[in-house]
Design a protein around this ligand. Structure first.
Ligand code: BG6
Length: 500
């Protein structure tokens, strides 16, 4: 036992080291402030008047400015449907920046612009082209362009088509002047629409121009997970990372918030499309994948895809047995009364959209055969908690007279939120002891990291189209089955509870 614990501690300290010393490609972006300034370019955000821009994207730019990583030759144009002046836009985004970070917002204040227009209209792109020419000349950005599609997924293909028609895209993602396109999720609504989107994007953009973002891949613990598995010099991790030692794997994406002001979006989306098809499946692929041959984009994607391809498909029988959906009703979260999903703004009062999904996945390969992967994702649950737990096979030896039937199994926990930490929870009744065997990681913002990487042209932490297709292949039968068999018991869990 002592040997095992020493090995675990060694593994955890390797994780810690990885964050400070090792410069493997996976950790490259962790030590972001030692990185070079981003190359000259213009960033163009579609959906620029939306929540993501205010809450995440502009704050991420401010953090990059704070670390001295934004070039003098950088500018940002946000495009949104809402009519707003540039000054109004700047004021609106500044409300989301803390007092202490305001000086860094000031550094990019004059580089932020806003254009209002419809995403399908020619006029918008004429105006964008004209503005780009002017601002690029003024700021000396060299013609490099990074487009960010923070819009509903139906707009992705039309925007790229219009950018090409209006000659706003260069032909290359690497050679100067480059053009890259960051695409938000969900990538399509099901397997068919994702294939159509694949066709639309790949007929207009090279593979080095497409950056499919999943912000979970920018999170600290997700990087810690990869370091833990692959930057670890001893063979200890490999010895238990399989079905001989692991009993089951649980992935929890629990949120206490509801759908906020996104009623329209949720009515089109639901939990399976919003967080399971993408965030949860990315976590499954990172836990389950084999060690890549090297840390090139191709090798990492190859192994993630191979894992996704070995996940067992759902049949009507297994849908009934292995995946459940739920929707929150009114209740109380953190002591505050909140309304149910069907009473949220923009939601059909008889809506059958799910705000909760729990599923069991099986991976048919030698490493994981027989180990269930439990996924649970829900809105308006009791608390915000995002974690991956590897539960070991139960200990069969009763120690100190304890009853073997009541022995908990040891657990290895990758907690992503609310704090980023990796720790081992051995089967002992001593909390302090388990805490000694863990590491809290320094958090940096996921969007900041991924923005920086896209600006540098590094797509290792972005998702391939094929991974999305593989994930849709797993879940499209479920979506079709659910559409054909509407739930009769919604809402079926109270806000603030643990789910149905
Ligand atoms: C987004 C979803 O992708 O992830 C949101 O659209 C969800 O519905 C969010 O709230 C959760 O992200 P995080 O980083 O807070 O776990």
């Amino acid at each position: 036992m002592k040997k095992i614990l020493l090995s675990i501690v060694a593994s955890l300290s390797v994780v810690a080291q990885a964050f400070s010393e090792i410069e493997s490609p996976l950790e490259k972006s962790v030590i972001i402030s030692q990185q070079p300034v981003v190359p000259p370019h213009m960033l163009v955000i579609f959906g620029g008047g939306g929540d993501l821009t205010k809450r995440k994207l502009i704050p991420a730019l401010v953090q990059l400015a704070k670390k001295g990583l934004i070039s003098d030759h950088f500018g940002c144009i946000a495009i949104g449907r809402r009519t707003m002046s540039v000054d109004q836009f700047r004021d609106e985004v500044s409300a989301f920046i803390s007092e202490s970070d305001r000086p860094f917002l000031q550094q990019i204040w004059n580089k932020l612009f806003y254009i209002s227009g419809e995403f399908e209209s020619d006029q918008t792109y004429e105006l964008l082209g004209f503005s780009l020419d002017q601002i690029e000349m003024e700021l000396g950005t060299g013609g490099n362009r990074l487009f960010y599609l923070a819009t509903p997924e139906v707009s992705f293909a039309p925007i790229v088509k219009q950018l090409q028609t209006h000659r706003l895209l260069s032909q290359d993602g690497t050679l100067l002047p480059w053009s890259r396109v960051i695409v938000e999720k969900p990538f399509g609504r099901n397997l068919n629409s994702a294939r159509l989107l694949q066709h639309e994007l790949t007929s207009r953009l090279g593979s080095d121009q497409i950056f499919l973002i999943d912000h979970y891949l920018g999170k600290e613990v997700v990087h810690g997970l990869l370091s833990f598995r692959f930057a670890n010099p001893n063979l200890f991790v490999e010895s238990f990372w399989n079905n001989s030692q692991i009993d089951h794997v649980s992935i929890l994406l629990s949120e206490d918030i509801g759908i906020e002001s996104r009623g329209d979006f949720w009515e089109q989306t639901g939990m399976l499309r919003d967080m399971v098809q993408n965030h949860a499946m990315q976590l499954v692929s990172l836990i389950g994948m084999e060690k890549p041959q090297d840390f090139s984009v191709e090798s990492i994607r190859f192994e993630k895809l191979r894992l996704l391809d070995s996940i067992r498909s759902f049949s009507p029988e297994s849908i009934e047995k292995d995946i459940v959906r739920g929707q929150y009703g009114k209740g109380s979260v953190n002591g505050i009364e909140v309304r149910g999903y069907q009473d949220e703004n923009g939601v059909n009062p008889h809506s059958a959209i799910e705000t909760y999904v729990a599923a069991t996945l099986y991976i048919d390969n030698d490493r994981w055969r027989g180990v269930p992967f439990y996924i649970k994702a829900g809105k308006r649950l009791s608390k915000k908690l995002t974690e991956i737990v590897l539960s070991f096979k139960p200990n069969v030896l009763p120690v100190n007279g304890s009853d073997s039937n009541h022995l908990e199994s040891d657990k290895l926990i990758f907690r992503i939120q609310p704090q980023a930490e990796i720790y081992w929870l051995p089967n002992v009744n001593d909390k302090d002891f388990s805490q000694q065997l863990g590491r809290r990681l320094l958090e940096s913002d996921a969007y900041e990291r991924l923005f920086y990487e896209a600006m540098q042209g590094d797509s290792r932490n972005f998702v391939s189209i094929e991974e999305h297709l593989a994930s849709w292949r797993i879940f499209t039968p479920v979506l079709e089955y659910w559409e054909a068999h509407l739930p009769e018991n919604f809402p079926n869990y109270a806000a603030g509870s643990l789910g149905p």
